[in-house]
Design a protein around this ligand. Structure first.
Ligand code: UDX
Length: 458
C-alpha cells in the first residue's frame, strides 16, 4: 500500500532537483529550498536552470506537487523526509568543502518541529559524514530555545547513481535503491517513500518510457557506513573498469589488436558485462575523479592504501596525454598547427564541463604551441562563462573549426558529430587527420572519405 509523504529537498543543484522533481512526479508533496532567489523564481516559473533531457517536461507534470522557496521554514516543518543535496566543492587540498552542508544541517535543525523526521544526506560526502551531520543536527537542535518537545530525527544515507543526461530514467528505473541508517524507523520511512519505484506502480512519463525488462527494483537497506561506502565503491569500480579497458587498449595498439573487438569479446562474458568498457580519452565528470580521490583519502586516514584505485586515476590522466602524443607522432610538429576539438562537455547530453578531457587536451596542446579550436553543440555558453582562459578558442560553427585545420579530434561523442556530413568537411582541412577519441566512428568509411583515421588505442 502506498502512502504519500511530505518531502523537503534542500539544494536545487543537479541531484537535489532531480530528486525533488521525481518524488513530486510520483505523488509526494515536495518543497525544494534553495537560497538562490533567482533560481527559485526560474523554477517556480517552470523553467529549469540545468540542461537535462526530459527535466522540463517532468517539472511540468509534477508542478501540482511541487513548490520552490528560499525559506527553510516553508519546507522543513512537517516534512517526513528532508533531503540535503547542497554542493560540496573541493577545497584547495582536494578534500570536500563541507561548509554548505554544515550550514544546511544547522538550518534544518532550526526548523524541525514534529515527531519524526528523516534527514537524508544526499550530497556526495566522505564516508563517515552521516555521523558528522547527525552531530551537527543534535548540537544545533539542543541550542534552540524554542525546541519543541517530542521531536525526533535521524540521519540516513541514500546515495544516487544517476548519470547526467539520463538522470530521469536512472531515477525512475534504477538498478537498485540503497538506503542506510542506524535507526530502523528511518529505513522504514524511506522504504515507504520509494514504494512506487520499488514496485514500479507509477505511470511512466511519455518521454521516459518504462524499460520492458524491469521487474521489482531491489532495495538494499543497510547501516549508514555501508550505504556511504557503496556509493564510492561502485563509482570507483566503474572508473577502474574504463581505465582497465584503456590500459588494454594501449597494449592492443602495440600488438596490432582491435580494442573494440577485444572489449566486445570481454563484455559478452556475463561476469564482466559490456557497459563502461568503452576505451577512449578516458573518464571525466563530477563524480569519478572526486570519488576515487576521496576513497584514497579516506583509506589514508586509516593508514591504508588503495593501489588499484590509484592506478585507475593514473591511467586516466595518461589517456589525455596519449591523445596529444598521437597527434604529435603524426604531425611531428605541434607548434603553429591548428587542432580542432569536437566536444567540450565531459560526455554527450550534458553541458557539464567538470573534469572534461577536452579541457586538459586543449591546455596540453596550447602548452606545446598548437592553435586550438573547440566546438560543442550544447555546452558552448557554459564553456565561455566557466572557462574564460579557453573561451577565445571556441568556434561557434563546425565549419570554422574544420577550416584550414591540421587535425580534428572527436573528444565527446555527441550524436550530432556521429551524424555529421563528414564528406563535406574533409575538403576544408589542411591535412585531413582525424583522431577518434572515443572509437565511435567507422574507420573504413572515414578512410574512404579521405581522412587519415587515427584511434587512441589499437
Ligand atoms: C557517474 C556514474 O555513472 C553515476 O552512477 C554516479 O552516481 C555519478 O557518476 P556521470 O558522471 O553522469 O555518472 O557520467 P557517466 O555516464 O557515468 O560517464 C562518466 C565518464 O566515463 C564520462 O566521461 C564518459 O565519457 C566515460 N566513459 C563511460 C567512458 O570513457 N567509457 C565508457 O565505457 C563509459
Amino acid at each position: 500500500e502506498e502512502r504519500y509523504m511530505k518531502v523537503c529537498v534542500v539544494g536545487t543543484g543537479y541531484v537535489g532537483l532531480t530528486t525533488g522533481v521525481s518524488l513530486a512526479f510520483l505523488g509526494h508533496q515536495v518543497t525544494c529550498v534553495d537560497l538562490d532567489q533567482h533560481k527559485v523564481d526560474m523554477l517556480n516559473g517552470g523553467r529549469c536552470p540545468i540542461y537535462e533531457p526530459g527535466m522540463d517536461e517532468l517539472l511540468a507534470e509534477a508542478a501540482g506537487n511541487l513548490t520552490f522557496t528560499t525559506s527553510y521554514s516553508d519546507g522543513v516543518p512537517g516534512a517526513d523526509v528532508v533531503f540535503v543535496a547542497v554542493q560540496t566543492p573541493s577545497a584547495p587540498d582536494g578534500s570536500p568543502d563541507l561548509r554548505y552542508l554544515r550550514s544546511a544541517a544547522e538550518s534544518v535543525a532550526g526548523n524541525l518541529d514534529h515527531d519524526f523526521t528523516v534527514v537524508v544526506n544526499k550530497s556526495t560526502v566522505p564516508i563517515g559524514s552521516g555521523n558528522w551531520v547527525d552531530a551537527i543536527l543534535r548540537e544545533s537542535f539542543a541550542q534552540r530555545a524554542d525546541r519543541p518537545a517530542g521531536c525526533e530525527f535521524s540521519v540516513a544515507s541514500n546515495p544516487e547513481f544517476l548519470r547526467e543526461g539520463n538522470a530521469i530514467h536512472d531515477t525512475l528505473f534504477p538498478d537498485r535503491i540503497v538506503i542506510g541508517s542506524d535507526n530502523p524507523r528511518s529505513l522504514e520511512v524511506l522504504n515507504q517513500l520509494y514504494r512506487p519505484i520499488i514496485n514500479q506502480t507509477f505511470t511512466a512519463p511519455s518521454f521516459s518510457p518504462r524499460p520492458d525488462d524491469i521487474g521489482a527494483v531491489p532495495l538494499v537497506s543497510t547501516d549508514l557506513a555501508s550505504a556511504e561506502l557503496i556509493k564510492y565503491a561502485a563509482n570507483a569500480f566503474l572508473a577502474l573498469k574504463i581505465s582497465y579497458a584503456n590500459e588494454i587498449g594501449q597494449l592492443a595498439a602495440k600488438v596490432g589488436a582491435d580494442i573494440t573487438e577485444v572489449t566486445r569479446g570481454m563484455g559478452l562474458d556475463q561476469r564482466i558485462g559490456s557497459r563502461f568498457l568503452q576505451a577512449g580519452v578516458g573518464w571525466g565528470g563530477s563524480c569519478f575523479g572526486k570519488d576515487t580521490k576521496a576513497l584514497i583519502a579516506t583509506a589514508a586516514e586509516y593508514n591504508y592504501s588503495m593501489p588499484i584505485v590509484q592506478a585507475a586515476r593514473e591511467v586516466n590522466d595518461r589517456q589525455r596525454l596519449i591523445a596529444v602524443e598521437r597527434l604529435q607522432d603524426e604531425l611531428r610538429i605541434l607548434k603553429g598547427r591548428k587542432i580542432g576539438l569536437l566536444g567540450v562537455a565531459f560526455k554527450p547530453n550534458t553541458d557539464d564541463l567538470r573534469d572534461s578531457p577536452s579541457l586538459d587536451i586543449a591546455n596540453l596542446l596550447l602548452a606545446r604551441g598548437a592553435r586550438v579550436r573547440l566546438h560543442d553543440p550544447i555546452a558552448g555558453e557554459r564553456f565561455k562563462r566557466e572557462q574564460p582562459d579557453l573561451a577565445p578558442y571556441f568556434s561557434d560553427t563546425i565549419d570554422a573549426l574544420f577550416d584550414d585545420c591540421d587535425a580534428v579530434v572527436l573528444v565527446t561523442e555527441w550524436a550530432q558529430y556521429l551524424e555529421l556530413d563528414w564528406s563535406k568537411f574533409v575538403g576544408l582541412m589542411r591535412t585531413p587527420i582525424l583522431l577518434d577519441g572515443r572509437h565511435v566512428l567507422d574507420a573504413d568509411r572515414m578512410a574512404r572519405l579521405g581522412y587519415k583515421y587515427l584511434a587512441i588505442a589499437g
